[in-house]
Design a binder for this molecule. Structure first.
Ligand code: ADP
Length: 498
C-alpha cells in the first residue's frame, strides 16, 4: 500500500504521470493568461489614465493661458493698479482652482525664466533653470510621468497669437511657460482598486481552474486505467476474452496489440497442450504393448521357453521404439530452445553427403532401393555438422522408408554464389496434396500404422525443419501420391548470425 502511494508520488514528482501532466498543463494554460491579462489591464489603464489626465489639464491650462494674455498678466504682474489687481486675482483663482483640483502646483514662467506665479507661493520671483521649460520655450512640448514619486509634470506654452503672421507660417510667439505638476494619486487609487478586484477574480479563476484541471485529468486518463484493469483481469485469470477500450484511438491501439498477443498466447497454449497430449499418447503406446505382452506371459503357467523368447523380442522392440521417441523428442526440444548453441564450421558438404549415404545404403539395400548421388559442384558451407547430418539423414531415410520395392532415391547437390541446394527425390508412395502442409507438424504421420510399422515417430520432419530454419534456410516439398516426392533444402553458404 505504502509502496504504491510512494510510487505514485515519485511518478508525480518526476512528471511521468499523464494525470499530473494534464493537470499541470490545464492549470498553467488557465492561470498564466489570467495573470498576464491582469497585468495588461492595469498597465493599460495607467497609461490611458495618465494621457487622459494630461490632455484634460492641458486644455484647462490653455484656457487660462488665453486669459493671461488677454489681461497682459505677464507684463502687469507687478502693477498695483486696481484694474490689473482685479484681473490678476481672477486668473490666480483659476490657477488655484486647477492646482487644488489636481492636487498639484502651477508655475507661470516668463521668457526670461523668471517665475511670475507659483501656486505654492515658494518660488515667486525666482529664476528657474529647467530643461523642460527651456525646451518648451523653444516650442517643444514635454510631458513627464514620474511613477516612482507619483506625479505628472507638464509644460504648456503661453502663445501670443497676435504675433502670428497672416500666411500662417508662424503660429505665434511663445512668451511664457506654464510648468505644472499634478499628483497621480487618484490614478493610483483607481489602479489599486482595479488590481484588487482583478486579483479576486484571478484567485477565483485559480480555484476554478484547479477544480477543472483535477476533474479533467481524472476523466481524460480514465480509459488508460480501464485498459490496465482489463489487462489485470486477464492476468489474474478471471477472463481470457479479448478486451475492448475504444474511448481513444490510442487506447484502441494498445488494446488491439494486447488482444493480438493474447491470441498468439492462446495458440501457443493450445499447441503446447496438444503437444503434451501427443507425447503422452506416443509414450503410452509402447508401454501398453509391453504390458500386454508381459501380462499374457504371466497369465500362462508353464509357458514354453520359445514363447518367452518371442514375447521378449517384441518387448525389446517396443522399448527400442520408446527410446527412439524419447531421443527424437530431446532433439526437438534442443532445437526449440531460444538460445541455440549452433556449432558453426566450414564443412565440405559433398563429403558429408557421401558419408551419410554410406551409412544409409545398408537400409536401402534391405528394401532393394537404389540410392544415387549427383553433385553439380564441390560445395563448402558454414554449417553445424550435427544438425546438417540430422537434416540429410532424415530426408534420405524417409525417402528410403516411404519407397516401393525396387525403387530409387536421388540425392542432388548444387550451389550458386549465395546458397547451396540439397535435393532428395524418390519413387516412393508420395504424399496426398491436402496432407502436404501438415507433414512438418510434430507427431504428424500420413499413414499412421504404416509409419509405426517402419519405425517412424512423426518427429523427423519437425526436427529437420527446425534445423534448416536455424541455419536461416528453407525447406520445400513437391509430391504426387503414388509416384514420389521431392524435398529441397536451401541453406546460405555463409552463416548469418542474427
Ligand atoms: P516419421 O518418423 O513418421 O517418418 P516424419 O516427420 O519424418 O515422421 O514424416 C512425417 C510423415 O510424412 C511421415 O509419416 C510420412 O507419412 C510422410 N513422409 C515423409 N517423407 C516422405 C517421403 N519421402 N515420401 C512419402 N511420405 C513421406
Amino acid at each position: 500500500m505504502f509502496a504504491k502511494i510512494f510510487g505514485e508520488l515519485k511518478a508525480a514528482l518526476s512528471l511521468r504521470s499523464l494525470k499530473i501532466r494534464i493537470f499541470a498543463i490545464i492549470l498553467i494554460a488557465g492561470v498564466i493568461p489570467s495573470i498576464l491579462m491582469r497585468g495588461a489591464i492595469v498597465n493599460n489603464y495607467e497609461e490611458h489614465a495618465v494621457n487622459n489626465r494630461i490632455s484634460m489639464v492641458q486644455n484647462q491650462l490653455l484656457v487660462v493661458s488665453n486669459h493671461l494674455l488677454n489681461n497682459n498678466y505677464l507684463v502687469t504682474y507687478k502693477s498695483d493698479e486696481a484694474v490689473y489687481r482685479n484681473s490678476r486675482a481672477v486668473i490666480d483663482a483659476e490657477l488655484e482652482m486647477i492646482s487644488n483640483l489636481y492636487e498639484g502646483r502651477v508655475m507661470i514662467i516668463d521668457s526670461s525664466l523668471k517665475v511670475i506665479k507659483d501656486t505654492y507661493g515658494i518660488s515667486d520671483g525666482k529664476t528657474i533653470i529647467s530643461e523642460e521649460v527651456i525646451r518648451c520655450l523653444r516650442g517643444e512640448n514635454t510631458n513627464y510621468y514620474d511613477q516612482e514619486h507619483g506625479f505628472i509634470e507638464m509644460t504648456t506654452p503661453i502663445i501670443d497669437a497676435s504675433a502670428a503672421d497672416k500666411e500662417g507660417k508662424n503660429n505665434g510667439k511663445i512668451v511664457g511657460v506654464m510648468l505644472t505638476s499634478i499628483s497621480n494619486s487618484s490614478i493610483v487609487e483607481t489602479m489599486e482598486t482595479l488590481n484588487r478586484k482583478s486579483m479576486v477574480i484571478e484567485q477565483l479563476m485559480i480555484v476554478v481552474m484547479v477544480g477543472f484541471a483535477l476533474v479533467l485529468s481524472v476523466v481524460l486518463t480514465k480509459p488508460f486505467a480501464r485498459v490496465t484493469d482489463a489487462i489485470n483481469e486477464v492476468k489474474a485469470g478471471y477472463s481470457d476474452e479479448a478486451i475492448s477500450v475504444p474511448d481513444y484511438t490510442e487506447t484502441a491501439h494498445i488494446v488491439d496489440a494486447f488482444n493480438q498477443l493474447l491470441k498468439q498466447m492462446k495458440v501457443l497454449d493450445n499447441s503446447r497442450q496438444e503437444f503434451v497430449a501427443n507425447v503422452s499418447h506416443e509414450l503410452k503406446t509402447p508401454m501398453a504393448s509391453v504390458k500386454v505382452l508381459a501380462d499374457s506371459l504371466l497369465m500362462q503357467e508353464n509357458a514354453p521357453a520359445e514363447l518367452y523368447r518371442e514375447f521378449m523380442e517384441d518387448i525389446v522392440s517396443e522399448i527400442d521404439r520408446e527410446s527412439r521417441i524419447i531421443t527424437d523428442l530431446l532433439a526437438l526440444v534442443k532445437m526449440d530452445k531460444k538460445v541455440q548453441d549452433l556449432n558453426i564450421a566450414s564443412l565440405n558438404i559433398n563429403d558429408l553427403t557421401e558419408l551419410i549415404l554410406k551409412r544409409l545404403r545398408p537400409i536401402a539395400r534391405k528394401r532393394d532401393v537404389e540410392v544415387v548421388f549427383e553433385s553439380m559442384r564441390p560445395v563448402v558451407a558454414e554449417v553445424d555438422e550435427v544438425k546438417m547430418t540430422l537434416i540429410m539423414t532424415n530426408l534420405v531415410e524417409n525417402s528410403i522408408k516411404y519407397n516401393k520395392e525396387h525403387g530409387w532415391v536421388k540425392v542432388e547437390l548444387d550451389a550458386d554464389h549465395q546458397f547451396f541446394t540439397f535435393r532428395v527425390s524418390d519413387s516412393g508412395v508420395g504424399i496426398p496434396e491436402d496432407e502436404l502442409s501438415h507433414i512438418y507438424e510434430r507427431f504428424y504421420r500420413v499413414d499412421k500404422s504404416h509409419s509405426r510399422e517402419i519405425g517412424g515417430t512423426g518427429l523427423g520432419l519437425a526436427i529437420t525443419r527446425s534445423a534448416v530454419l536455424m541455419h536461416r534456410g528453407s525447406i520445400t516439398v513437391t509430391s504426387v501420391e503414388g509416384e514420389g516426392s521431392c524435398f529441397t533444402v536451401r541453406i546460405p553458404l555463409t552463416y548469418i548470425a542474427s
